[in-house]
Design a protein around this ligand. Structure first.
Ligand code: CU
Length: 229
């Protein structure tokens, strides 16, 4: 993390893996920084696609009458200590955090997830990732070291081994549980840095039909009509 923050190492996308039949449990806390780009009010959540979950408690989006499933910052990076520390001594054990549960009942392969709180600001900075739903009973190793890809304690995944990236993995399939074969997996995630508002790609700015348009937004894809509400 310090190398990423200092620009010495590129940030790598987060890739989670789970097998068919697994329940993914995630605890999310934030160390984002309130600053002008996010109007001094960051919020972040993890909204996933495809897998099963309770939309009221694990949706990760701020919407409707759902329970709040995004978080304000509760951690900050302490450069001297070289670790994340509570943002405030006052917060103590009541640090803001949220728990998500996803049920992986189908071998879906790539499942996209992303922040759904301040996505106009967070997605261009890479706050998205993927869960790969692997065959039942699979194990994952690092193709370079041959070691397990994830640390686990008491049956819970607690991080990646040796800080290696997670986009490439060997997936060992237990034939007793699956008809599939073992394979090497490459997960590709790309962020084209296009802003999803204002003037690039899809225009998500709502404008009442017939309302004066003012200065017409520029669209790179001229075949996609502006959305109207
Ligand atoms: Cu989405």
């Amino acid at each position: 993390m310090p190398d990423v923050l200092a620009g010495r190492k590129p940030a790598e996308p987060l890739v989670l893996r789970a097998n068919v039949g697994d329940v993914v449990g995630i605890t999310l806390r934030s160390a984002l920084v309130d600053q002008s780009e996010n109007k001094f009010y960051t919020k972040v959540g993890i909204h996933t696609h495809l897998v099963q979950y309770d939309v009221q408690s694990s949706d990760g989006a701020v919407g409707g009458l759902n329970y709040e499933t995004s978080v304000r910052p509760s951690l900050r990076w302490d450069a001297a200590a070289g670790k994340l520390v509570p943002l405030s001594d006052q917060i103590g054990e009541f640090e803001e955090q949220v728990h998500y549960r996803w049920w992986c009942d189908v071998e879906l392969g790539t499942v996209y997830f992303h922040d759904h709180s301040r996505l106009r600001e967070s997605l261009p900075h890479g706050l998205f990732g993927a869960t790969i739903v692997e065959p039942e009973g699979a194990n994952y190793t690092n193709p370079v070291t041959g070691k397990p890809l994830y640390h686990s304690r008491d049956g819970r995944v607690t991080g990646s081994v040796g800080g290696h990236g997670l986009a490439v993995a060997d997936i060992w399939v237990d034939k007793g549980n699956s008809t599939g074969r073992s394979f090497r997996e490459f997960v590709t995630l790309f962020d084209d840095s296009n802003q999803i508002h204002d003037k690039y790609t899809i225009n998500l700015r709502m404008r009442a039909a017939g309302a004066p348009s003012g200065k017409a937004p520029r669209q790179r894809d001229r075949t996609a009509p502006l959305r109207r509400s």
